[in-house]
Design a protein around this ligand. Sequence first.
Ligand code: GDP
Ligand code: ZN
Length: 367
Amino acid sequence: MQLASLGYGPFFSDSFESLARPDLVPARVTSHRGAHLLVAGAGAGAQRAEPSGRLRHELSSVELPAVGDWVALAPGARPDDLAIIHHVLPRRTALLRRAAGTRGEAQVVAANVDTFLVVTSANRDANPRRLERYLAAIAESGADAIVVINKADLCTADELAAVAAPLEASARGLPVVSVSAATGAGLAALAGAIRPGHTIALVGMSGVGKSSLVNRLLGDQRQAVAAIDDNDRGRHATTRRELMVLPGGGELPGGGVLIDTPGMRELGLAEDHGGVAASFDDVLDTARACRFRDCRHAGEPGCAVATAVDDGALDPDRVASFHKLEREVAAAERRANPVLAARAKQRWKAVHQAQRARKKVDPKLGT
Ligand code: GDP
Ligand code: ZN
């Protein structure tokens, strides 16, 4: 296995080199069950690994190695020994979600995905609000997104256009492509994302055809992958590989990397540092014209968002979706860490006060 085919490139090799640890090697986490990880690197196939005691002690749950992470590890002395992970290399992207049924603590669904395929189905009501939720989480992760309308074989061109229109409105310029996992039609449009060294992942509601798409992308390799992991050193037989190198075939070049974790199937927004804003730039652009800087667009006088909705310039459902996601993010952040949230607020308050003070001294520093 070549490191490059697993997605290794300058972004990660620069961090690895800067560690200056000739005793360690780079590897990528391919699956994750509790403290036990499978990693792949140059040379031999999958290897079992675990974070060093120091990492487990120092890193928070979202910082610990997740599927897709690049790590620096000390290989086990003998083939059956656990490799020890000493560093998690800085992530290019990280998709977070709130852990189900817990205090809203965030989990990393997948690290270092380059492009998410957000899959919907042509024969069911494709919900633009749900799409906005996915796109906001993906924008927040730092990755690109392509909206994929699957099951195009079940529709006429006119029907397909009718399904695509509202999704295109929510996609804000991101590509929207129609494909069929059943016939392979349209998959060539994904060749830009599914290419050597580039990491993709599929998200979307169940039933839209994600597994069918994955099977098509994997060709007959899926069986082979399962067979390798079933023989994976006895008692760890149930560990499933969640990061795979695609073989290519048909219209697609080989060598793309696919991440398919159980957590990928269900997403909530955990944190937001601009993902919601990036997905709702039209609402935020409009909101700049609101009379009050902190307008909540909930009936305040001089609200430009309300005017735009009245004029038909903004879709009221889209504005509601924006509010809902913002509330959800705020609630998740408060639940996840009330102390941190309060501290962050204080810090920003101090920053803003300092800015205001500077502006008074030098009016040229205005907004
Ligand atoms: P998942 O839950 O998103 O993984 O969806 P599946 O891959 O399990 O697919 C759900 C159902 O849709 C299955 O019965 C598939 O055979 C069917 N399906 C998936 N892709 C297509 C497609 O492109 N065309 C048609 N006609 N059916 C499809
Ligand atoms: Zn307003």
